[in-house]
Design a protein around this ligand. Structure first.
Ligand code: FUB
Ligand code: ZN
Length: 648
């Protein structure tokens, strides 16, 4: 299947990745740019003087001398960048960039040890402590990211060099880990290698890699003391202080995988684990593993996900907490966690053609993932709040992780290159390939073609989405056999209409997909989604959102910013009955739709002291102005709020 996009909304992002993010991030990784790297929260131990990521490789390769600098997983910044760069080369062969990426691959090859081992921190700093502190070491996490990059690089460029390194690395890991006597019976503290191994399996067909991925996953929770025991027995110095005090849930090792049924612990770890689990289940047909994926998915979507598709309710361990605990101003909602949720949804679609997976993928993509980056492609959020008061972030230590303006870069830079690789490959999320059937999950203007058993199928999506809800699918089947295109009917669209070949048609959706039989020749299906701005309410058990309302349009969640509405956004209230007026503004924020509504602002003057007996508040009428959440914080230091009080 090959999909090429030409989309009013996402093509701008893809261009931004290619022309801004990739060159900018390359300079950052080489410490070749004058920027301010911010600590992700107030913690003196966070490395934030420089990236040093490429230099770490040069030292490990023996090209230069020095010490490793940065997080123990700093290598993964380079790998994610390499993967993103590879995707951009797909549509834009660029000799200069190709030269750089080839050189990076050469450098990585030199940093790889003869055995196949690859990790600059341990090679440089603690060569005798390899795999001895897996709870914190991220050795397999980094390996997974390299393998992913190598697979992408091979698929795009055809070059075998990166793939050879990856195969050597995977074979080395396979020789060290596994159930056999003499091997380490353990797994990494941060899931990721499993995703890489599965991608290597899909590319090479070598089942050993899938078996190893499955082994790592099923090993979780089998020996809950493993990380702590390794730590007690190892004499090296901890690379991430405090990680060993983390609860077992942080690493998803509190129970054997097949017994886990809720989203626990570090949010990125959890969704990466689930991505790999769903991939293994879809590839092997293992129903027990599939059941785990379904249980954890339900728990996330029904009880632990923000309306923006953000996940992770606390900075403490960047983790999930408990059902319905969704604070708006202290949460984590890491960009990587929403990216991981998109990965998870994509794999679930392989298992089950259910539109809910597409709905969640779209929610996370159009809201939290995009909010992770400024419109200029050069500033990034790690944490994506739903409510911000700048002074509170500046003065309240419990909110030091909630940035007000996106920094140039972060001490822990996991998110920026992760977003680059997602956006650079966004076309791969539009469809799920099911042989003679394809599922159209996202409404991105694009052309897809694929060979199937009966011939060739092409689908041209024409859309200006999410600005406009009219989506047309021109389906061409040049084959003799029947093929089907399943079009997602979004759960949020209350009144969806459709036409087939120009005539009104009834939509008969099965689990959120409307299947169009692509007869030989051309079929044109037009979907008219209900883009009326809507009010959404949280389950009453979400204490933070009681009496509050969130405004959405299509897949986008809207928010009020101080720059449009003045300070103290908590004084605003949006009556149930006021009309939500939508208008497109070309000149604003690279082009956005704005929703305006009549509301009220509680007056603060003349209300007495700190406390008073009369509960009567004086309000004045105001126009409330809201912009799409992804575009917030692009106009300076500013308050922001997604959930508004609903009164009147
Ligand atoms: O540990 C590696 C990455 O750094 C995680 O995925 C992020 O949450 C950040 O902690
Ligand atoms: Zn991240």
């Amino acid at each position: 299947m090959k999909t090429v996009i030409n989309d009013p909304f996402f093509s701008r992002y893809k261009e931004l990745v290619r022309t801004r993010m990739i060159p900018y991030q390359w300079k950052v990784l080489n410490d070749d740019i004058d920027i301010k790297i911010e600590k992700e929260r107030n913690d003196a131990s966070i490395p934030s003087e420089k990236s040093h990521a490429i230099e770490n490789f040069k030292i490990a390769a023996g090209r230069t001398k020095g010490e490793h600098y940065g997080w123990v997983f700093q290598d993964s910044d380079v790998y994610k960048w390499l993967e993103a760069a590879a995707y951009t080369l797909k549509e834009h062969p660029d000799e200069d960039l190709k030269k750089i990426t080839d050189e990076v691959v050469d450098l990585i090859a030199e940093a790889q040890e003869k055995s196949g081992y690859l990790n600059t921190y341990f090679t440089i700093m603690e060569p005798d402590h390899k795999y001895k502190r897996l709870g914190e070491s991220h050795e397999l996490y980094c390996a997974g990211h390299f393998i992913e990059a190598a697979v992408a690089y091979n698929q795009v460029t055809g070059s075998k060099k990166a793939l050879d390194i990856a195969v050597k690395l995977a074979d080395h890991i396979d020789s060290v880990f596994g159930p056999e006597d003499g091997k380490i019976h353990g797994c990494d503290g941060h899931e990721e290698v499993e995703i890489g191994l599965m991608r290597l399996y899909h590319l090479t067909g070598c089942e050993r890699y899938m078996k190893l991925a499955e082994y790592f996953l099923l090993q979780r929770g089998q020996d809950p003391d493993f990380f702590k025991r390794q730590f007690r027995e190892d004499t090296g110095k901890p690379a991430i202080g405090g990680l060993y005090n983390a609860p077992l849930t942080y690493f998803q090792i509190h129970a054997p995988i097949l017994e886990q049924d809720s989203a626990e612990g570090h949010a990125v770890r959890l969704v990466y684990m689930c991505t790999a689990l769903a991939d293994v289940a879809a590839s092997t047909g293992n129903k027990d593993i599939e059941a785990v994926c379904r249980r954890i998915w339900r728990n996330i979507v029904d009880k632990r996900m923000y309306i923006t598709g953000g996940i992770g309710s606390t900075v403490n361990g960047e983790s999930f907490t408990l059902d319905y605990d969704l604070p708006n101003d202290t949460m984590y909602c890491e960009t990587c966690a929403s990216i991981g949720l998109i990965f998870f949804a994509r794999q679930m679609l392989r298992l089950d053609s259910n539109g809910e997976f597409g709905d969640v993928m779209e929610r996370a993509l159009y809201n939290t993932a995009l909010s992770g980056m400024a419109l200029d492609g050069r500033h990034f959020f790690y944490v994506n709040p739903l409510e911000v008061v700048p002074e509170k972030s500046e003065k309240d230590p419990t909110k030091s992780h909630v940035k007000i303006v996106r920094p140039d870069w972060l001490g822990c830079a996991c998110c920026p290159p992760n977003l680059a690789r997602l956006l650079a490959s966004v076309e791969d999320y539009i469809y799920t390939d099911k042989g003679d059937t394809v599922l159209a999950n996202l409404f991105i203007k694009s052309r897809m073609e694929k060979e199937y058993t009966g011939g060739k199928l092409t689908v041209q999506i024409d859309a200006d989405y999410p600005r406009n809800g009219r989506i047309s699918f021109t389906i061409n089947n040049t084959g003799s056999a029947a093929a089907k295109v399943g079009i997602r009917i979004p759960g949020w669209s209350e009144n969806t209409h459709a036409e087939v070949n120009g005539a009104g048609a009834d939509i008969t959706a099965e689990s959120g997909y409307w299947y169009i039989e692509a007869e030989s020749g051309e079929t044109v299906v037009t979907l008219l989604l209900d883009m009326t701005p809507s009010r959404w309410y949280a389950n009453p058990l979400v204490s933070e959102d009681v009496d509050k309302v969130s405004v959405t349009r299509g897949p986008q969640v809207f928010c009020a910013e101080g720059v449009d509405n003045g300070e103290n956004l908590h004084l605003l209230s949006l009556p149930k009955t006021s009309e939500l007026e939508y208008k497109w503004h070309d000149e604003l924020l690279e082009g956005v739709g704005v929703i305006e509504a009549d509301g009220f602002r509680t007056a603060i003057s003349g209300q007495g002291g700190l406390y008073r007996k009369s509960g009567e508040a004086v309000t004045e009428p105001v126009k409330i102005r809201m912009i799409p959440y992804y575009a917030w914080a692009n106009r300076g230091r500013n308050e922001m709020r997604v959930w508004l009080y609903e009164k009147g």
